[in-house]
Design a protein around this ligand. Sequence first.
Ligand SMILES: [Zn+2]
Length: 310
Amino acid sequence: MAKGKIQMVLHLPFAICPLKFFWTMPELPEVETVSQGLKRRALGRRIIAVEVFHSGVIVGPPEQFAAEIEGRAIVSVRRKGKVLALELSAESGPPRHLLVRLGMTGRFTVAACEAPREPHTHVLLRLGEREELRFRDARRFGRLRSCSCEELEAVWVRLGPDAQEATEEEFLNALRGHRGALKSWLMNQRLLAGLGNIYADESLFLARIHPLAQPGRLSLRTARRLFRAVRKVLDTAVKLQGTSFRDYLDIEGRPGNYEQRLRVYQRTGKPCRRCGQPIRRIVIAGRSSHFCPHCQPRPRHIAKKRGSRL
Ligand SMILES: [Zn+2]
């Protein structure tokens, strides 16, 4: 590795298409990829110094943040849904946790200390004498927070079961009694943690369910099909290190290749890969939903509006 060269980019969670720029939130597979990268490169290492260049990405006073995490080693990396928590060693007091929300464009890189800083580097965590963990975030929706064990627990309990780890029973229980659009249910982090727009659309397509179906009215058979579809989509996306729409190369040579597997997301007007019908887009709760009107038929309990082609 050449001196001064950034050694690793853990993830690039934004998307670019040829016609326009659009941004996607990192979802469970992208956050899991970041988590695995942190385990490989930062786990067991001690944070010997902290520098904050933009206090907007820190929750609370930056001086307090730095004082609370400096000198502690990273002893575990955990993820629930889209939230990451780095457990920091107990030194003179109880352990602390570094809670990380990547927001839209938050990312970590591990770099040699002398390497030039890339734009939007807001926080540096020195890992020993030679390397540092850098937090970059162009849009600054990401947040780093120093938490006690109790504060971390309070964050975890507000989230539903992790979408990749939920049991079938937990999943079916969470569906029970809910009205509104199934697409919105899938993206509600308090009910099921981890899915955003991309993987919710893809899971619904795989399960052959219309995005406007009501969660509480799915048959048991259909609900089980959805459970299996969510798991399959997430497992595959994690294996492929998530989705990025740019010809992006991880310096360790790990491409994020799930976009080649996308069946409906951002494919409006293109033929369905299963039946050839054009993929449609509708807006549900302010978010685009992509689906195949043939493979994901409108459920009987959803009234058909006049002129609607749903
Ligand atoms: Zn189709």
